[in-house]
Design a protein. Structure first.
Length: 432
């Protein structure tokens, strides 16, 4: 592949950065990482790869020769660590394009290079980036001029799987576990919420980013077929200067009942569910991570009104193995089950849900190899005035079917609270 990426990076002044907040242009992708302080909005597509059947199209990122031009030394220095390509991976191999499915019109995975990005970092710096792909014999010149010029309750009605059906599936899962077909499986369900007005994905993204400062908020606007929006407490993998970080996140309780997670730590069922995730992730990472360290005990991870158990992991990634490590991890037993193949095969036959991008990796990569892939949970598929919410619960032999239903109900309730419809248009008589 004879391809190179040309990037022009412009350091924005405070005034120029503030002006971008009032832009009326709709982005194709939004990102806000509360932990790293990195946020960005992406516009357009200079190159894309869809329906390749692979995990993500890493070939382009590996083969691309990145050429930077910058407005100042600071921008040039920052450029190689700023996002370049975007990635989204479906949960499983099922094709998403079925005419009668909730994911109709969506690709079976996508990697793409946005034409323009506006990036903000933790230290308050802001950058405008324009990108183009230059093939053999081509020499187009693009600058960031286009970037410089751009400077609750809504009559909701919800429909979803009946409680009795979900409880029956939990009972079936427990029976399969007793038969030793697998040790854990994550059973998910969806709920469709209908409003009287269309949902606004950018407004919802902004609300999620503001209300979930420790989460990764994202919004992928995929043309007329809808938007995938969420704020996830879970990151599949984060690579910074060769150091890979991830966490086993499993076990959920209401923050009002178990604010520090001690109840979950003392509960044999929850601790078993969590330990299965830790062990499976350890086995997956050992071949591609050197000096892997795993916290000896899980700790609490707060997420809005919920608390999860989290065990951090960290190590030195082997050369050129970020995508391979992510592929080995996905889906972790926190989203699929363990052993993975047996659990996923059972879900394909019994869950009765087209997960699409729910529970799947979504994120970005940079020219220097850094990148983040988050796990698409606490999320919604928005299509016009309909929102499809998803929630799952980990099932082990000790699971109580009614308790698992309640866990998914709490998660869906939080999802409904985040939904934002489009604002009413401003009428002439309302103008100042």
């Amino acid at each position: 592949m004879s391809t190179r990426v040309k990037r022009h990076i412009l350091r924005l002044s405070r005034a120029a950065s503030a002006a971008l907040d009032t832009s009326t242009e709709v982005p194709c992708f939004c990102w806000n990482d509360g932990r790293s302080g990195l946020s960005f909005r992406a516009y357009g597509s200079a190159w894309s790869s869809e329906d390749s059947g692979g995990f993500i199209d890493a070939a382009f990122t590996r083969s691309a020769i990145v050429e930077h031009t910058a407005s100042d030394d600071d921008a040039e220095l920052a450029g190689s660590a700023l996002p370049m390509a975007l990635h989204a991976v479906p949960f499983g191999p099922t094709a998403l394009g079925a005419a009668n499915g909730i994911w109709r019109g969506w690709p079976d995975g996508r990697s793409w290079l946005p034409e323009r990005l506006v990036v903000r970092t933790r230290d308050g710096a802001a950058y405008a980036i324009s990108q183009c792909v230059v093939g053999s014999g081509e020499s187009p010149e693009r600058t960031a001029r286009a970037m410089q010029a751009r400077g609750g309750e809504h009559g909701l009605r919800a429909d979803g799987l009946a409680r009795a059906e979900f409880v029956e599936r939990v009972i079936e899962a427990r029976a399969a576990i007793r038969d030793q077909r697998f040790r854990k499986v994550v059973l998910a369900r969806s709920e469709t919420v209908t409003a009287t007005k269309p949902f606004d994905p950018v407004l919802q993204f902004e609300a999620l980013a503001a209300s979930s400062p420790d989460a990764v908020a994202f919004a992928w606007l995929h043309g007329a077929v809808g938007a995938w929006v969420g704020a996830t407490p879970e990151v599949l993998a984060r690579l910074t200067n060769g150091q890979l970080e991830t966490s086993a996140v499993a076990g959920t309780a209401l923050a009002s009942l178990d604010p520090d997670g001690r109840g979950m730590l003392a509960d044999p069922k929850t601790r078993k569910e969590h330990d299965l995730v830790v062990e499976a992730m350890r086995r997956a990472l050992q071949p591609c991570v050197r000096a892997l360290t795993i916290a000896s005990e899980p700790g609490p991870r707060r997420s809005e009104r919920l608390v999860h158990l989290e065990t951090p992991m960290r190590g030195e990634l082997c050369a050129s193995e970020f995508v391979a490590a992510c592929e080995r991890l996905h889906p972790t037993p926190a989203l699929g089950g363990t052993p993975r193949d047996a659990a996923l095969a059972w879900l394909a036959r019994h869950e009765g849900l087209d997960r699409g991008y729910f529970g799947a990796p979504i994120g970005w990569s940079a020219p220097n190899g850094d990148g983040v892939l988050a796990v698409g949970i606490r999320s919604a598929l928005l299509v016009g005035n309909e929102a499809v919410l998803f929630a799952g619960a980990g099932i082990v032999a000790e699971s109580n079917a009614d308790a698992e239903w309640s866990e998914t109900a709490h998660k869906l309730e939080l999802g409904r609270a985040t939904l934002r419809t489009a604002p009413e248009p401003l009428h002439a008589e309302d103008s100042p």
